[in-house]
Design a protein around this ligand. Structure first.
Ligand code: NAP
Length: 408
């Protein structure tokens, strides 16, 4: 069976990875221009397709039949070629978002939910919310309910982002200021790259429920796989695939005092998890064409910190890395969202007496005990987990790997 994803630009698709865990069929990426669409749909060598931006509506005229859900939404994200060669169009985004909403734990019945954006995904979200008895309000840049009138909706209980704002590579921006909504319980963002958009990071910092769109992506793929194969697939696969995908995308980030073992432990973790290892200071030095002591001598600590923030912005938005950070990165608050957007942060702790100082400009010129006392609350603020490294590095790496295996 030959299946695949049809879309305009497919560079960062996770669908092949997901479908490889859903059934015994090949899954290719079919990147097509609007001019190529008709010939591909009529004569293309495929049995089943997922359809993404910008073709969810354009494929409809080529479908001999639409499922009730596809008809209701006026959009198709799954196409199956029948024995007579004709195409049937389905929409599995509906059940994908319904799964995301259910697993978020948010109850929306009788509550106001703001849906940001008025495109195809917004339509689907609104239909699911209405079916669950919520009161959805679409916020559109050009609509009656627009971003200048958000103050009229301070009673919103949930916000769903169905815009591309905050998506890789244009990370670090949020479509709304969450402090405008005192009754807010949670935020759902259909974006899954980065794992935590600025909107979700803001929700996390306010202690709200915050979920990205990865579960939706997996759940819609599961229903599509059922249409492709004609076989029922248990819902139990959804959290399993979600976890494996999340673990492969997530960055593992090591913070801690200079010399606490981040490079050694990071190297071991990279091997164990098949992720690429990056030492942030080495990356920075290579880009600058100078050693770290030379950079300190030339532009001082403030200049170094600026370069470090740029480095962490570059690395933090990538996926599937183990990143050993410089010991002082926690002294700049702005570095936290850069690291957290795709990563879990581990604070490696090692006794001060065991820390080497060679080649470390700040360790040589400062009393390490004093430096540790000053930075301790900062490490605490950044850390998701604290891991002892007064042991063999393998033991610390094992501890981190175990924490991640239980993570989702
Ligand atoms: P779309 O049809 O292009 O619609 C996006 C909507 O967002 C637009 O209609 C627009 O609404 C708004 N928008 C676009 N650019 C904006 C900007 N710069 N600032 C503010 N608003 C902007 O895309 P879509 O198919 O609905 O997808 C929307 C998002 O959901 C994408 O990020 C997509 O990747 C994601 N998605 C995820 C899944 C999943 O499985 N997790 C599935 C489907 C979609 P207004 O003009 O009304 O403001």
């Amino acid at each position: 069976m030959k299946c695949g994803l049809l879309g305009g630009k497919l560079a960062h698709s996770y669908s092949p990875q997901i479908h490889s865990q859903l059934g015994n069929y090949s899954y290719s990426l079919f990147e097509k221009s609007a001019e190529e669409l008709e010939d591909f749909l009529k004569n293309g060598d495929f049995t089943g397709l997922n359809v993404t931006i910008p073709y969810k509506k354009s494929v409809i005229p080529y479908c001999a039949e639409l499922s009730d859900c596809a008809k209701m939404l006026g959009a198709v994200n799954t196409v199956v070629r029948r024995n007579d060669g004709s195409l049937i169009g389905h929409n599995t985004d509906y059940s994908g978002f319904a799964t995301m909403l259910r697993t978020s734990g948010l109850s929306v019945s009788g509550k106001k939910v703001l849906v940001l954006g008025s495109g195809g995904a917004s339509n689907t979200v609104v239909a699911v919310l209405q079916a669950q008895g919520a009161d959805p309000v679409v916020i559109s840049r050009s609509g009656e309910n627009n971003y200048e009138k958000l103050h009229l909706h301070s009673d919103a209980a949930v916000i769903v982002n169905a815009t591309p704002v905050g998506m890789y590579p244009k990370v670090g921006v949020s479509p709304v200021d969450l402090t405008l909504f005192p009754a807010l319980e949670g935020v759902l963002d259909l974006i899954y790259n980065p794992a935590r958009t600025q909107l979700l990071l803001d929700a996390e910092s306010l202690g709200l429920i915050a979920c990205n769109g990865l579960e939706m992506l997996v759940a819609q793929a599961k229903e599509s796989a059922q249409w492709f194969t004609g076989n029922l697939i248990s819902d139990d696969v959804i959290p399993k695939i979600h976890r494996s995908l999340k673990n492969s995308m997530e960055n593992i980030i090591l913070i801690g005092m200079p010399g606490c073992g981040k490079t050694t432990v990071g190297g071991l973790l990279a091997k164990r998890t098949s992720k690429n290892f990056v030492d942030a200071d080495e990356y920075l030095a290579e880009k600058a064409g100078k050693t770290i002591p030379e950079i300190f001598a030339d532009i001082g600590e403030a200049g170094f910190r600026r370069l470090e923030t740029q480095t962490l912005a570059d690395l933090g938005k990538q996926s599937g890395l183990v990143i050993a950070t410089g010991g002082g990165c926690v002294t700049v608050d702005r570095n936290y969202p850069l690291l957290r957007q795709n990563g879990t942060l581990f604070w490696l702790q090692r006794s001060i007496s065991k820390l080497p100082v060679d080649g470390r400009p700040l360790s040589q010129t400062n009393d390490l005990e004093k430096m540790y006392e000053a930075r301790k609350p900062m490490y605490q603020r950044f850390a998701d987990h604290i891991v002892d490294n007064n042991c063999e590095p393998e033991t610390a790496a094992n501890t981190i790997a175990k924490i991640l295996e239980g993570n989702v």
